[in-house]
Design a binder for this molecule. Structure first.
Ligand code: ADP
Ligand code: MG
Length: 260
């Protein structure tokens, strides 16, 4: 796509949930722009509206007031031009790796030959080569998330939404997945919005880190991560800019928790 319009524009955005007895503001005065090819991380305490914000971008949740646009067009309903990865890989147990990835093609009625080629590319890119015929129960959590990532990228979505994708993995697997995700982002050029509880993950992967406050969710600060697009993991952990950004994110999250 050649348009220079931002992938996402959110302006003065509020969501209030009303029940018979109470009203609860989930997002309060959110302003956010995401540019083509960016990797944006969102960090914030539980219940501050991070998942809700991703749903806004996906067109699954509407505003109580304010505006949300994709490529300059108002978001009016569910969008098909997204990829979604959740904490649970949500794979079909009776389908093998390839079958799970191609599910996306079947649901969208994609050209079969094109989808098969793209699946092969993604299987190679994500290190799933040799596991095409394996079933979900034969795979580790990290491998399952690779399948979920392939499925989310199959139709070359305009934006990839990731909601705590590696939150259930052990620390070492998570680190490996972060390194691979960063390489895949560089290779595909896909715009990514990632929600995470890990400060290191947020800062290692992103061009910008958005830090949200506890409920009602507001944006406390948006921090640039002034590191190159190629990032060696160990070297990045010691890079003064990385250390500074991480410390600031931690400080903001800490302040936000004590205010709860
Ligand atoms: P996070 O992902 O940051 O943990 P969520 O976006 O899931 O937070 O939720 C933000 C707040 O909005 C929470 O308090 C949650 O209970 C509430 N919420 C989310 N969806 C709904 C809904 N459909 N109806 C009522 N309340 C909701
Ligand atoms: Mg959530």
């Amino acid at each position: 796509m050649t348009t220079t319009k931002p992938v996402v524009t959110i302006e003065n955005f509020n969501i209030t949930y009303s029940t018979k007895r109470s009203r609860m503001t989930a997002l309060d005065g959110i302003n956010l722009t995401v540019e083509q090819g960016e990797f944006l991380s969102i960090a914030g305490p539980s219940g501050c509206g991070k998942s809700t914000l991703l749903k806004v971008v996906a067109g699954l949740t509407a505003a109580t007031s304010g505006q949300a646009q994709r490529r300059g067009q108002q978001i009016k309903g569910p969008r098909r031009d997204i990829g979604y990865v959740f904490q649970r890989a949500a794979l079909l147990e009776w389908r093998n790796v390839r079958g799970n990835i191609l599910l996306q093609a079947e649901m969208r009625g994609m050209d079969k030959a094109k989808a098969a080629r793209r699946a092969d590319e993604l299987i190679e890119m994500t290190g799933l080569g040799g596991f095409e015929k394996s079933f979900p129960h034969e795979l580790s959590g990290g491998m399952q998330q690779r399948v979920s990532l392939c499925r989310a990228l199959l139709h070359e979505p305009d934006v990839l939404l990731m909601d705590e994708p590696f939150g259930a993995l052990d620390a070492l697997t998570r680190e490996r997945m972060d390194i691979e995700l960063h390489r895949i982002w560089r290779e595909t050029g896909t715009t990514v919005i990632l929600v995470t509880h890990s400060v290191a993950e947020a800062a290692f992967l992103a061009n910008r880190v958005v830090v949200m406050s506890a409920r009602p969710g507001t944006i406390l600060e948006t921090l640039d991560v002034p590191l190159g697009s190629y990032r060696d993991y160990a070297a990045t952990m010691e890079d003064p800019d990385f250390v500074r950004v991480s410390a600031r994110v931690r400080e903001l999250l800490g302040a936000s928790h004590t205010a709860e």
